[in-house]
Design a protein. Structure first.
Length: 103
């Protein structure tokens, strides 16, 4: 089941009040990712402007952004914004094996 969390973000000039996290990441990445990590990583999107990689016929805009850092380690977020809604959907998140770690 997808999990819902209240958030306060602005992405692409839109106010986002809810994060919907799909448990898909747990299949392969539960050793390095959990909902708290994802919620922290979402803060990096706040006040950002992003170009969607795809937009489907239902108006869902799909994004893939990286690197986002948690605990000095790089992660990739795969997420979506639906047209005329105030939530962000997190499709997947995983730790990247490359990139400089931040202290």
């Amino acid at each position: 089941m997808r999990r819902l969390y209240p958030v306060r973000l602005e992405i692409n000039g839109r106010r986002i009040n809810l994060a919907v996290i799909d448990p898909h990441y747990e299949v392969k990445h539960s050793s390095t990712v959990n909902d708290d990590v994802i919620l922290s990583l979402l803060l990096a999107l706040n006040s950002g402007e992003f170009e969607p990689e795809d937009v489907d016929e239902d108006g869902f805009e799909y994004y893939s952004t990286e690197p986002h850092y948690f605990d000095g380690k790089p992660y990739k977020l795969i997420w979506l914004l639906p047209r005329n809604e105030d939530y962000i959907g997190v499709i997947n998140c995983y730790r990247r094996p490359y990139g400089k770690e931040k202290s």
